[in-house]
Design a protein around this ligand. Structure first.
Ligand code: NAP
Length: 323
């Protein structure tokens, strides 16, 4: 009997993998519902907002808030209600039998329910200068950071997809000029986004070209561009560079464990449910459309409410001796 009790004590009600807005919000809701919750936050916690300067579009902060501070506050709020946190990466999962298993590099955790909030990482060009200037004019989120470049002389957008067009249109409302640099002579973006961008007089295009360097020491001053057809190099002056060359969902450890789409995003039904009962997805790991801190937090809330209901059912079945 004691052995059984000990084993039960070791099972978490909810294990949350990931520590962006979705992860912390789900932890807050689940812990506040008195569930035993652990956040596997990763060795670099906080998600994409840790790379964002000032967040001006998260409701409740009219004066704006630095991304890392917002994440620290979300974490504090979750921990206040009793969620535990460990700073380790999940390296494997086993959803084949309940309770589910999450393995980190140093431990193994059991949970009745799992919330996957591992997010998606923006793809980068891979330049040393790009890494150095992130948060100083280089960003992967124009919606987050373009307002910091009000009336800038020129802002460069790299990419030719819907994100790049959305960034260009959004930034054109803020900066004086926007230059889209794309590696081909055709956009990948949808027709309607293309038309909008082409008809905006503030947006110009540089075709068949890649950015080979980002110039500036303390902040962005310009980009070095290479024309892929002629090999010719030129410099375009600008105050910011928004890289929009796609995202990669962080789902490597879930391959063959839950349903993923061709791009690796988790496939959900009823918004946050995966194909495995009791395993939920929240935030950029399944949402390729909105990708905002506030929408991720919303998905985190929904996943937690579903997890709370699921755990109640599991416990009630166990109490009544059902499998
Ligand atoms: P995407 O459609 O994959 O486009 C990525 C773009 O970046 C492509 O034009 C690609 O060039 C370029 N690219 C990739 N790697 C590059 C590199 N190393 N150097 C330079 N350029 C590179 O990604 P996305 O625009 O983020 O869109 C992702 C999904 O979200 C899409 O399904 C999109 O429709 C959707 N989305 C929709 C909306 C909307 O409807 N408002 C907004 C945003 C996103 P190539 O074209 O040559 O491959």
């Amino acid at each position: 009997m004691e052995g059984i009790l000990l084993a039960q004590k070791d099972v978490y009600d909810v294990i949350i993998i990931g520590s962006g807005p979705a992860g912390y919000t789900s932890a807050l809701y689940a812990a506040r519902a008195n569930l035993k919750v652990i956040i596997i936050a990763g060795v670099t916690p906080g998600g994409q907002l840790m790379l964002t300067g000032q967040v001006e579009n998260f409701p409740g902060f009219p004066e704006g808030i630095p991304g890392p501070e917002l994440m620290e506050r979300m974490k504090e709020q979750a921990l206040k209600f009793g969620a535990e946190i460990i700073y380790d990466d999940a390296i494997d999962v086993d959803f084949s039998s309940s309770p589910y298993r999450v393995v980190t590099s140093s431990e193994e955790y059991l949970g009745h329910s799992i919330i996957i909030a591992t997010g998606a990482a923006p793809r980068w060009l891979g330049l040393e200068s790009e890494k150095r200037l992130i948060g100083r004019g280089v960003s992967s989120c124009a919606t987050c950071d373009a307002p910091l470049f009000k009336d800038a002389e020129n802002v460069v957008i790299v990419g030719g997809g819907d994100s790049a067009m959305e960034y260009a249109l959004f930034t054109a409302n803020i900066a004086r000029k926007v230059t889209v640099i794309h590696r081909r002579d055709k956009l990948r973006a949808s027709k309607i986004m293309q038309e909008r961008a082409f008809s905006n007089p503030k947006i110009t295009f540089v075709w068949n070209s890649t950015v080979t360097d980002i110039l500036g020491e303390e902040k962005v001053r310009g980009v070095k561009v290479k024309n892929l057809l002629t090999g010719e190099e030129s410099i375009i002056q600008c105050d910011a560079v928004f890289v929009a060359i796609g995202h990669k969902p962080s789902t490597d450890i879930f391959k063959n464990k839950i349903e993923l789409d061709d791009e690796g995003y988790i496939i959900t039904r009823d918004v946050v449910k995966t194909n495995v009962p009791g395993v939920f997805a929240a935030g950029d790991v399944h949402d390729k459309k909105y990708r905002q801190a506030i929408t991720a937090a919303g998905f985190g809330c929904m996943a937690a409410l579903e997890a709370i209901r699921y755990v109640e059912e599991v416990k009630s079945k166990a109490q009544h001796g059902q499998a």
